[in-house]
Design a protein around this ligand. Structure first.
Ligand SMILES: Nc1nc2c(ncn2[C@@H]2O[C@H](COP(=O)(O)OP(=O)(O)OP(=O)(O)O)[C@@H](O)[C@H]2O)c(=O)[nH]1
Ligand SMILES: [Mg+2]
Length: 689
């Protein structure tokens, strides 16, 4: 690939609701630009960008793929992100490395939840937005309806630059409103300019006027000329429009079909002419790791080198691939750089440009470019790499926290260790899931963004690291306690030839709210000799590890040893321990035993329209609503809900709100399980034994 300067680079993040056609569009553009010799297809499972088995099989993108191509003296780096909700972390990271967001909207389904969400993310990163209405050749495609929906959903100025010629299977070209001409496309990617068909002239005039209005408004000189009825200079119009787009004030709308190729070259031209080069974006604010003061870094070859890692790929054979955006300066292959986030040096080997999983070596990369290196030692996604003599650290990428957990177990015995190491390698490429070992339940807990995410991770674990696993809901960490006081006596006595065993204890159990355990020695007159009392306490403590109701740890109990008897020869620590443990179990079951369950503080954020349904669902989940308040356009609902009801909440909330709701939760307290549920849990636990 030829060398390009910072001014000749365009980094465009493709975002949308799942299935709008991002991957197909990127494949078509790469093919038309001559970057690939065949057009990969999602449907035929040979997409160059969706190259992982998990993506091809499901026919959706799961991770961001880079799709660079050369076009009109520029290199356009497309970042093809996944639209499916579970992979939102990929979208956020890709937008961090982009200079503009192309929001793809399907011409049939129009504005969807994913459109709204990604629109919001682009705003968070201050990126200019461009809309592309795709699939215009489909039956029921309606460009004008989509325009209306866009205007309804978003406050920004929506400015269509093109109109379709012909509808559905007769869709064949575009009216270029600025240049006042018709563009006709053929399947090989040839475009020819023609006169606007007479039948569409009125419509073209109407929309052109609207567009000119929107542009003229942005510039005083232009507005004056416009109001005075002068002819407007097309170059001036174009430059004012470009500025308004780069500043995010106007959102241009383009359209076409990735299938028939209509509108693809227009879009590619648009990237080159109207999307900002990295050098046109505001400087990045970073911190100096030693002094803590703010430092600016611009996408300029004159600034010292800095880079931000936006993606990592784990490969069991090649090792790790690290993708970073050169934020400032230039970088050559085989340089040593500082990872200022980890305070380590890293030797970069060969720099590469990726296209899907194809790699092309390059010697040098300039500010703004997106490059890959293999086998870094310390670096993970979100880290800053920089020139050691001018260290900076960029704000980390804000990844969402995992909200859906399962327990994983190996299919094959003896693979326990491999699960942990395989999963932790996979977390290197995906920061939106975590793996923990729960010491209490003895489970590997895998937490991610949803059930599809978790399924993809376990599939990858098998494919990349050869570990097959089964998943199930995590065990709930119940506790057992008592609500009344009760006493029990137990005499442990065995005579089996030789020396016997003897120990007798009287134990009283009392509820001890807010504390785990207390032991009281109330023996007077040596009914139980001093040397055996620790054994009694030990017997009680050991019985508390697996409580009598369903085998969960016991807490909130005071145990008093108040009487007993011994035998001068046969008594032993062992005998007293056994007696204590038996007495404990008896007293426990007589003291109104109760099962406690973990309760979470849950905070749900949803658009107002879903409040009723969300609250109804939380009530059904035995939740107690503790508060509600508006926050911007959202409503925040707070509730206390039992953990056992929340294991699938990520999935439930998504289906109630079509994906518009988000939530977070944390452990709050233990509370008593309702009796009928306690019975069920006890029954199940006793069956397992
Ligand atoms: N009719 C028609 N179908 C299209 C067009 N573009 C894409 N498709 C189809 O739409 C489906 C989804 O396309 P993708 O390219 O995978 O969409 P995506 O936006 O990458 O989807 P995610 O990766 O899940 O976010 C596939 O079956 C494509 O063949 C188009 O212009 N016209
Ligand atoms: Mg895709």
């Amino acid at each position: 690939m030829a060398k390009y300067s910072t001014e000749q680079l365009r980094n465009i993040g493709l975002v949308s609701h799942s299935g709008a056609g991002k991957t197909t569009m990127a494949e078509t553009m790469m093919y038309f630009a001559g970057a690939t010799s065949r057009k990969g297809s999602v449907d035929d499972q040979n997409s160059i960008l969706d190259f992982e088995a998990e993506e091809r099989e499901r026919q959706v993108s799961i991770s961001t793929a880079l799709a660079p191509f050369e076009w009109k003296d520029c290199r356009v780096n497309l970042l093809d992100t996944p639209g499916y909700f579970d992979f939102v972390g990929e979208v956020r990271a890709a937008l961090r490395a982009s200079d503009a967001a192309l929001v793809v909207v399907e011409a049939v389904s129009g504005v969807e939840v994913g459109t709204e969400l990604t629109w919001g993310y682009a705003g968070e990163y201050g990126l200019p937005r461009i809309v592309f209405v795709n699939k215009l050749e489909r039956e029921n495609a309606d460009y004008f309806k989509v325009l209306e929906e866009l205007r309804e959903a978003f406050p920004e100025t929506i400015a269509p630059l093109y109109l379709p010629i012909g509808a559905e299977d007769e869709f064949a070209g575009l009216i270029d409103l600025l240049d006042q001409r018709a563009l006709m496309f053929d399947a090989d990617g040839n475009v020819s300019a023609e006169e606007i068909p007479a039948t569409l002239m009125d419509q073209a005039e109407e929309y052109r006027e609207e567009l000119i209005d929107a542009i003229a408004e942005r510039d005083d000189d232009l507005l004056m000329m416009y109001l005075e009825g002068e002819d407007l200079d097309p170059d001036m119009l174009r430059s004012v429009l470009r500025e308004a787009i780069v500043e995010g004030e106007v959102v241009p709308v383009l359209c076409g079909s990735a299938f028939t190729g209509v509108g693809m070259q227009t879009l590619m031209d648009f990237f080159v002419q109207n999307c900002p080069a990295p050098s046109e974006r505001p400087a990045e604010v970073a911190t100096n790791p030693s002094g803590g003061e703010e430092v600016e870094r611009s996408a300029s070859e004159d600034d010292p080198f800095s880079g931000l890692v936006f993606k990592s790929l784990a490969d069991p054979y090649v090792g790790k691939l690290t993708l970073f955006r050169v934020m400032s300066g230039t970088i050559r292959s085989d340089s040593t750089v500082r990872n200022s986030s980890r305070e380590e040096n890293e030797s970069l080997g060969q720099l590469m440009i990726l296209r899907g999983n194809q790699q092309e070596s390059i010697d040098e990369a300039v500010a703004g470019d997106l490059v890959a290196v293999a086998k870094l030692q310390h670096t993970v996604t979100g880290d800053t790499l920089c020139d050691a003599s001018s260290p900076v650290v960029f704000a980390p990428i804000a990844f969402p926290t995992p909200i859906y957990s399962v327990a994983v177990e190996p299919e094959a015995r003896g693979d326990e260790d491999k699960i942990g190491s395989g999963l932790s390698r996979l977390t290197e490429e995906d920061p939106t899931f975590t793996v923990d070992r729960n010491a209490e339940t003895n489970e590997h807990i895998l937490s991610g963004m949803g059930d599809v995410h978790v399924a993809v991770i376990t599939q990858r674990l098998k494919r990349k690291f050869g570990v097959g696993v089964v998943t199930r809901p995590p065990k709930i960490a119940y506790r057992e306690t008592i609500q009344d006081t009760a006493t029990a006596r137990y005499r442990h006595k065995k005579q089996s030839g030789g020396r016997g065993q003897f120990g007798e204890v009287y134990i009283r159990l009392e509820p001890l709210p807010d504390e785990d355990f207390e032991f009281a020695d109330e023996i007077f007159g040596g009914a139980v000799p001093n040397q055996f009392i620790p054994a009694v306490e030990k017997g009680v403590r050991e019985s508390m590890v697996e409580g009598p109701i369903a085998g969960y740890p016991v807490l909130g109990i005071k145990a008093a040893l108040y009487d007993g008897s011994y035998h001068s020869v046969d008594s032993s620590e062992m005998a007293f321990k056994t007696a204590a443990s038996m007495a404990f179990k008896q007293a426990f079951m007589d003291a109104s035993p109760a099962l406690l369950e973990p309760i979470y503080d849950v905070e749900v954020r949803v658009p107002e329209a879903y409040m009723g349904d969300v609250i109804g669902d939380l009530n059904r989940k035995r939740g107690k609503i503790t508060g509600m308040e508006p926050e911007g356009r959202m409503q925040v609902i707070r509730a206390k809900v039992p953990a056992s009801e929340m294991t699938r909440y990520a999935i439930d909330l998504r289906s109630i709100t079509q994906g518009r709701g988000t939530y977070a939760m944390e452990f709050a307290s233990y509370e008593q399980v309702p009796p009928h549920i306690q019975e069920k849990i006890a029954e199940e636990a006793n069956q397992e034994e």
